[in-house]
Design a protein around this ligand. Sequence first.
Ligand code: BJ8
Length: 429
Amino acid sequence: MAGQEEYDYREMWGSLGMDVEAHDGLLAAVGQMYGDMFLTQGNRPKSTSYLDFVASNIHSGRIRELVEGREAGDPRKVVGSFCLYVPEEIISAAGAVEVGLCAGAEWAPEEAEKLVPRNTCPLIKGFMGFKLASVCPYIETADLVVGENTCDGKKKAYEEFGKLKDTFVMDVPHVRNEDTRQQWRNEVKRLAGRIEELTGQKITEESLRAAIKLANQKRLALKRLDQTRAADPVPISGLDCLLTIQAAFMDDSVRLTGAINDMAQECEARVEAGEGVAPKGAKRILYTGTPMAVPNWKLFNIIEKSGAVVVGEECCTGSRYYKDLVPEDGATIDDMLNDIADRYLNIQCAIFTPNDGRKEDVLRMARELNADGIIDCSLQFCTLYDMEATGMELAARDAGIPYMHISTGYSADDEGQLKTRIEAFLEML
Ligand code: BJ8
């Protein structure tokens, strides 16, 4: 990433049309949280300095790279997305850069509530508020936003968001069968056409094959890191792993993959040496539920500051992002696009019915990562994940794994109450 020295980032943010003063307030609040939550952790792997670097550059150096690349004649367009169903391979094969836009903080809620109901999930309200208050450099840098018909809240919010920003909405099926597989394959091809139109570059066999490989390498690095977390003591915190995935939605893929492999290598050595981020025997939690966008670190911080450690995440900012690869042996562009579509259709989101694969994944991960308990969290007003909590609790109970469900938003108001509940849960493990 470009260095911070002597560069006028405030001018850059202003040139993107952002509200620079409001953005100063956002950066200060996030910086404070980062210091309180991440930098107070003891015995972090040294290679997590990459995460400190990402955190301090996320709105500055990384955006400067994207903006300066354009000024220097790099024709790459920026495509923003909000969901794991948007295939990054297609965006990069057509010569664009994909960035994640989900907002993990409440911002300008009064403005957002003019367009979406008050009882809308905080993730949706967050991205609407970020756009309306002009405080997200990723939204402002994006040439196109790709949305998706997943939950009702997002589906309807894109109708309003699309009036503020050029938005292409993908139709994601909600059941899996041969008809919907074909429909989804067509939808993925429709996206490919739209991105080609945006960049003016045709997807070729070569570019698509390279994009598949690049995304798979990132996933393999994340899987490698993930495997080290089965050890006791666990070599790296859940907070640092969560931020690693969050960074994957924003940073350059090659740099990120190298950094994750460095972290995995150090964690492997720590496992060999019996060195951990928490003492041996610390209670081990598997997280499942709704995604956690930057800077939503609240729950992981409470769990880990209570003496437990998060050893895995079954969610879109976790294993769903990296567990399945796209086959690399597709012979033609059409084969490769179908392989991509099929891989993404298997993401175990609660929009699908039935969605038993999610329960199976949670139980498998709990076994593989030696979890003592499962914490299932849905963002407030997320009916889908709230509904799935019933079946998840039964599945955990049948498997003999202690389980707890939490519903929370982005505000710090319920932190005390959450801490009490989580401590009581850890006590009984
Ligand atoms: S693939 S989980 S990223 S849709 S929390 S906005 S579901 S009301 S984020 Fe998601 Fe894609 Fe599924 Fe993953 Fe709606 Fe629920 Fe809010 Fe949600």
